[in-house]
Design a protein around this ligand. Structure first.
Ligand SMILES: [Zn+2]
Length: 68
């Protein structure tokens, strides 16, 4: 069963997890996210949490519905 992109509701061949929150998103939505002004801050925060051992870090925009 294909995963549904949580943002555009398409069923892409490939999905990945957002850097902004835990949304499962397609490549198109990921590309759109990468130009978000807070993308790099969100990525840094996620990376820092990962280094600190917080593997369940929900993201800077956790619980928020895209677009932020
Ligand atoms: Zn999508």
């Amino acid at each position: 069963m294909k995963r549904v992109c949580e943002r555009c509701k398409q069923k892409p061949n490939m999905v990945s997890v957002s850097k902004m929150n835990n949304d499962i998103i397609c490549v198109d939505c990921k590309t759109a996210e990468e130009v978000h002004p807070m993308y790099h801050a969100a990525m840094k925060a996620k990376h820092a949490a990962c280094i600190a051992g917080d593997t369940n870090y929900p993201g800077l925009y956790a619980g928020k519905i895209y677009p932020f």
